[in-house]
Design a protein around this ligand. Structure first.
Ligand code: SAH
Length: 274
């Protein structure tokens, strides 16, 4: 991807009110709407961020969508993970280039895309999804945004029933009952590997944390991410009235080998350690 738009690119045309019109540039194609007409051929080769004029004399910015924007404009069936959470997931699950990663379920593929970009072409992403329609749509969404050739394998399988992989670096679960997967994660992750679960309700988090406490997945941690946008308009500078107040909780844990034993240091006596 370089600075210049070309055929095949997804492009957003954005008006002064920040309304967006999503198109895919095709040779000879045209964009029609109440704001006027723009020929795709006039967009091909121009620098991203340029202003184009419609047949009705209105100006629009031509810009490729960011991943966060694509997540909200792509076709989705299942609830997607919001960009505010995707960013924290990549950091808290410590996703790095070349990592061997497992994901379930795939849903619409929002997390899948964030993971693929972070692991890059040298990583691998194995994903389980129960529903074929979701798996197909996720593949389409990934390819529409990232293009073909990414190291992604989606299998139509129930993650609760077991995972055919070992030595995984990272596992990410966005499904309702991740505690069923904890015993499989103990076998599939390498030492030091990280499990991250995204869960919408705290009852689910409690059940997960209790399963983790009895497992080799230790150092558990649960957070939520709050993001508040601000209106900045002349002298009127204040938080927006509305915000997305809740999406989900992020819980992480790491695979350890063995137990730490008692929490307090052994007491020293005159005759040595007791
Ligand atoms: N993280 C996704 C959304 C996932 S929605 C995104 O960002 O777009 C949850 C998905 O989990 C659904 O597609 C559902 O079909 C799938 N799912 C539920 N239980 C599952 C299981 N046991 N194994 C595999 N997939 C499962």
């Amino acid at each position: 991807m370089n600075a210049f738009l070309s055929y095949g690119d997804r492009v957003h045309l954005i008006d002064t009110r920040q309304r967006r019109y999503a198109i895919t540039l095709t040779e000879g194609g045209t964009f029609h709407s109440h704001v006027g007409i723009v020929a795709h051929d006039d967009l091909n080769g121009i620098e991203e961020g340029s202003v184009v004029e419609t047949s009705l004399g209105l100006s629009l910015f031509a810009m490729r969508p960011t991943l966060a924007e694509h997540v909200f404009s792509m076709p989705r069936g299942a609830q997607v993970i919001y960009p505010k959470d995707l960013g924290s997931i990549l950091m808290r699950a410590d996703i790095y280039p070349g990592a061997r990663v497992f994901e379930a379920g795939v849903g619409s593929g929002a997390l899948t895309m964030a993971l693929l970009r972070a692991i890059g072409p040298t990583g691998s992403l194995l994903a389980y999804e129960l529903r074929k329609d979701f798996a197909d749509r996720a593949r389409d969404n990934v390819e529409a945004f990232l293009g073909p050739g990414w190291p992604l394998t989606i299998e139509l399988r129930d993650a609760y029933a077991g995972i055919d992989a070992e030595g995984l670096d990272r596992m990410l679960l966005d499904l309702p009952e991740p505690w069923h997967v904890v015993p499989h994660a103990e076998r599939a992750l390498r030492g030091g590997g990280i499990l991250l679960c995204y869960l919408p309700t705290i009852g689910q988090v409690m059940q997960l944390r209790s399963a983790l406490a009895d497992s080799q997945l230790q150092l558990a941690d649960t957070i939520e991410v709050l993001e508040r946008s601000w209106q900045v308009d002349g002298q009127s500078v204040r938080p927006d009235h509305r915000m997305v107040a809740h999406t989900g909780f992020l819980t992480t844990a790491r695979l350890v080998r063995g137990n730490l034993g008692p929490t307090r240091p052994r007491r020293r006596t005159r005759t040595g350690l007791r």
